[in-house]
Ligand binder design. Structure first.
Ligand code: DX5
Ligand code: ZN
Length: 231
């Protein structure tokens, strides 16, 4: 049985009606809400913070919220997002002075913890923290913006990461973020990813006859994934 998860990035949603957008994408079959936090410091863009995460919980969202922190420093935001109802909190190791401490803060708050690797960030950051990870997120674009093209070198990095996860024997999700589309998801899954962030691919695929439905694209992802044997 496959355990692939589709995680639409709300960065590409209509922020003027975000609660409805999240309801719609979940009703269309999404598994996880991917929540991009940018601070105009670690990345050159500014998005949403813990108040918006909390607002989604108060709106009634019960699906996992996957908070991708593109902020520096990270530790203060970890506490805020624990209180705001995050499920996963992932951060970029370059942005933390004390990676082990930041991971432990997330776990102590009852959330699932993950590290995020930019295209040029070495996997060596995994060496001493595998026992604290619930997720590894490989960026397949440089972080900061939706709608960029998938960087092909990510495939080899995914394979290397999958080997590390399998060797650890731990249940660590392998997520990929950036430029994931219906026409490349099979290759991405074949390289070892099991959790797929897709922003523009999902939110640009609103159904013409029903603006609240994104089910065609999500089903297209699932149909494509059904062709792969793993995980
Ligand atoms: C980029 C973000 C991504 C982005 C993906 O920094 O982390 O989550 O929204 O968007 P697409 O799928 O359009 O590349
Ligand atoms: Zn992201």
């Amino acid at each position: 049985m496959s355990d692939f998860k589709i995680a639409p990035s709300i960065l590409s949603a209509n922020f003027a009606c975000l609660g409805q957008e999240v309801d719609d994408v979940l009703a269309s079959g999404a598994d996880i809400v991917h929540f991009d936090v940018m601070d105009n410091h670690y990345v050159p863009n500014l998005t949403i913070g813990p108040m918006v995460c909390q607002a989604l919980r108060k709106h009634g969202v019960i699906a996992p919220i996957d908070v991708h922190l593109m902020v520096k420093p990270v530790d203060r935001m970890i506490g805020e997002f624990i209180d705001a109802g995050a499920s996963y909190i992932t951060f970029h190791p370059e942005a933390s002075e004390h990676i082990d401490r930041s991971l432990q803060l997330i776990k102590d708050g009852g959330c699932k913890a993950g590290l995020v690797f930019n295209p040029a960030t070495p996997l060596a950051y995994l060496d001493h923290v595998m026992d604290k990870l619930d997720m590894i997120l490989l960026m397949s674009v440089n972080p900061g913006f939706g709608g960029q093209s998938f960087i092909p070198g990510t495939l080899d990095k995914l394979r290397q990461t999958r080997e590390r996860i399998d060797a650890s024997g731990r249940a660590i999700r392998l997520e990929v973020d950036g430029g994931v589309k219906v026409d490349n998801i099979v290759e991405v899954a074949g390289a070892g990813a099991d959790t797929f962030v897709a922003g523009s691919a999902v939110f640009k695929a609103r159904r013409e006859e029903d603006a609240h439905r994104y089910d065609s694209v999500i089903q297209a992802f699932r149909d494509a994934l059904a062709k792969t044997a793993t995980p």
